[in-house]
Design a protein around this ligand. Structure first.
Ligand SMILES: Cc1ncc(COP(=O)(O)O)c(C=O)c1O
Ligand SMILES: [Zn+2]
Length: 397
């Protein structure tokens, strides 16, 4: 299997330790899973690895044999050798060694129009476990022994927990102001926490400088394509649980780790004729940090330059989304909508959910606040699915 550079098209085997291409472009996956087929789901595996037939997982032995392609463009198409059969459940599989039972989160009906996908029912209480489980399984398969990552907190929690499980050393960079509950949890997994003064974007710069100087593996949910392969499972689960995909899919949009995984999985379902058309995707940014929403308003191909203001929705406070161009391409291609969450209504939305027994993070309440504001503006939005990405106990600040 190979990564391919999103800028110059150069390929590298996925065993590479390089965080990005020499030209500075981010890696994308040159990976074509088998046609989505419900018979390939391993119904005896109660984690997201039940979908491993559609995930780029390798056994450690296979990885050792993987060679760098001789020259750009000379590599295989990345198709898995195991297509047609669920992957074997070897006791030594890297995924088995790292799995914490992630995924299979319930879908709960909130009211006549709204379903909630309860991704805070995860081992580290957020949807980021989907990506971290797959990425750290990969790290374990290729023998990575130390990683760094930057995060607003949740992705750091996930990477730290899976590294602890996999026996991989880990350092997480978080911006100042990150919820103490998140930093405490990262430390509890034995990871080092480096708190960086300034914005979330600056925190990422500091971490990337360390990656560049010291060559440590960058287990980034933004850079590393394995992460997006894991977040695909959000859609596989929804389809398996409901037997269909709802008409309106709301999704928080910061760096787009859930967004990109969702779109990839929906494309797979479309290609397999499992669904007839793309549902309406409604991406939600923070009113105080909205580079994609502004670009969308202007029909621009690149994220707008914004100066982020403080927001309760810390998970989506990303001023410079590295994959912004790719995200905007999908937004235009599938005629999606981008809206912002009214800052002054986040607490109210959080209280409304808590009043129904759902105690979520402010960032998840922001998605619900945006849904409520849109409903007031345009009327009922029937058959809507809203992800509840993070648990309330982690964002009590
Ligand atoms: C609770 C929560 N929701 C949503 C997001 C947004 O994630 P993404 O970067 O996938 O857009 C995050 C990211 O950290 C988060 O923690
Ligand atoms: Zn390149």
């Amino acid at each position: 299997m190979n990564f391919v550079c999103s800028r110059c098209g150069k390929k590298a085997a996925v065993t590479t330790r390089r965080a990005q291409c020499e030209c500075g472009g981010l890696w994308k996956f040159d990976f074509q899973p088998p046609r989505f087929d419900p018979d390939l789901i391993d119904r005896h595996e109660w984690s997201l690895f039940r979908y491993r037939a559609f995930l780029p997982l390798e056994e450690p032995e296979e990885m050792e044999e993987t060679k760098e392609p001789e020259e750009p463009g000379a590599a295989s198409n990345g198709r898995r050798a195991t297509s047609g059969e669920p992957a074997p459940c070897g006791a030594n599989s890297a995924w088995r060694a790292v799995s914490l039972g992630e995924g299979m989160t319930p879908v709960v009906r909130l009211d006549e129009d709204v379903l909630l996908k309860m991704d805070y029912f995860m081992p580290t209480l957020s949807f980021k476990d989907r990506g971290a489980a797959v990425l750290i399984a990969h790290c374990r398969a290729i023998g990575v022994d130390s990683v760094v990552q930057d995060s607003s907190g949740n992705a750091g929690n996930s990477i730290a927990a899976y590294c602890a499980r996999a026996g991989i050393k880990c350092e997480i960079f978080v911006p100042e102001g990150t919820s103490p509950a998140k930093t405490a949890m990262i430390r509890s997994h034995g990871a080092e926490v480096t708190i960086v003064p300034g914005s979330r974007d600056h925190c990422a710069d500091v971490c990337r400088a360390k990656v560049a100087q010291e060559g440590i593996y960058y287990a980034s949910h933004v850079y590393n394509p394995f992460f997006y392969e894991g977040t695909k499972t959000y859609i596989y689960e929804v389809w398996e649980q409901l037997g269909r995909i709802p008409a309106h899919l709301f999704v928080p949009l910061g760096n787009g780790t859930l967004f990109l995984g969702m779109v990839k999985a929906l494309e797979e379902l479309l290609a397999a004729d499992i669904i007839a058309k793309m549902p309406k995707i409604i991406a939600v940014q923070s009113e105080h940090c909205d580079p994609i929403a502004r670009a969308y308003e202007d029909g621009a191909p690149e994220p707008a330059h914004v100066t982020p203001l403080p927001t309760l929705a810390e998970g989506i406070a990303i001023g410079s989304p590295m994959r912004g161009k790719e995200i905007l391409e999908y937004i235009y291609k599938y005629n999606m909508k981008v809206i912002t969450a009214p800052e002054e209504r986040i607490l109210e939305a959080r209280a409304a959910l808590a009043g129904c027994g759902i105690y979520c993070e402010h960032t998840s309440a922001a998605t619900y606040a945006a849904y409520l504001a849109l409903r007031e503006k345009q009327g009922r939005i029937y058959d809507s699915l809203i992800p509840i990405c993070g648990a309330g106990l982690k964002s009590d600040h």
